[in-house]
Write a protein that binds this ligand. Structure first.
Ligand SMILES: [Zn+2]
Ligand SMILES: [Zn+2]
Length: 274
């Protein structure tokens, strides 16, 4: 397989905390920080990543599993002389005291769906997801490829925390080589599990989370020659297993004769995909 430009590091994924990094030739973009600073730094060290190479932090939405570690992490990085800028929508900032607190520590810039940002040598296109937060986003991230054997631009798609796939999100994910996509729950495990009915309804709603089958359906609509790596994200520890999203995706790929590699993003063990 050709060695292309972008990598995705998933430091933590799931309802207990989400944090990911996109790596372009050693320049890092962070997506969310829903874990504590100590774990964030330990997992970076496990992957031989220097957190001072983080040039910007993107925030998907205001839920605490995506934001609770941001302030302490930003303060910790500032002590080491590192000052990544934070990109967040005005609506998410207004809804989140944690994000407002960040304005005292770092530069906070506005972000909006459909407006491309140029960050750390990458082009970042935020798009809306469908979730019960003040506002919520996924990202299409592109960077020029160094190698002739790769496509002209390397593309990484990232989408979690969405009850459905809006048309604009589907369009933005097209052509991804690396795709990080939510595969939150198995519908039967959720239906028969112990969650209260109101929470089950919330998860299954258009503003909740994608099931394994919904994830596989969306990926099946995105299959093309560019797609090499799929990472199943935000996997529920109560209503799913870490094997099931991988099996569902692999059987969809086999059915379509596609050879993309699939793995699960984990809550406690960091993984890298390139
Ligand atoms: Zn979440
Ligand atoms: Zn959420």
């Amino acid at each position: 397989m050709a060695s292309c430009t972008l990598s995705l590091h998933v430091l933590s994924s799931g309802s207990c905390g989400n944090a990911a990094l996109v790596d372009y030739q050693g320049h890092l973009l962070a997506i969310d920080c829903g874990i504590c600073k100590r774990e964030y730094l330990r997992r970076c060290a496990d992957l031989h990543i220097d957190p001072c190479a983080i040039q910007a932090i993107l925030i998907t939405h205001d839920h605490s599993d995506h934001t609770k570690g941001l302030g302490v992490l930003a303060r910790g990085l500032a002590k080491q002389g590192c000052h990544p800028a934070v990109y967040v929508s005005d609506t998410v900032r207004d809804a989140s005291p944690r994000v407002q607190e960040l304005e005292r520590i770092c530069d906070v810039h506005p972000m909006s769906a459909g407006s491309s940002l140029s960050l750390a040598g990458m082009q970042v296109m935020p798009f809306h997801t469908s979730h019960d937060a003040a506002e919520s986003f996924g990202f299409r991230i592109e960077a020029p490829n160094a190698s002739d054997s790769c496509a002209q631009n390397d593309v990484l798609g990232f989408m979690t925390d969405t009850g459905i796939v809006p048309d604009a999100a589907h369009e933005a994910l097209k052509g991804s080589r690396i795709l990080g996509i939510e595969s939150n729950h198995d519908v039967t495990m959720l239906a028969t599990g112990e969650y209260p009915a109101s929470l089950k309804r919330r998860i299954r709603s258009d503003y909740g989370h994608l099931s394994n089958d919904e994830c596989a359906t969306e990926v099946s609509r995105l299959l093309n020659d560019s797609l090499e790596q799929i990472v199943a994200l935000h996997i529920s520890e109560h209503n799913n297993t870490f094997g099931m999203p991988v099996r569902v995706l692999e059987s969809m790929l086999a059915h379509n004769g596609h050879h993309a590699h699939v793995q699960a993003g984990l809550p406690r063990t960091p993984i890298s995909v390139s």
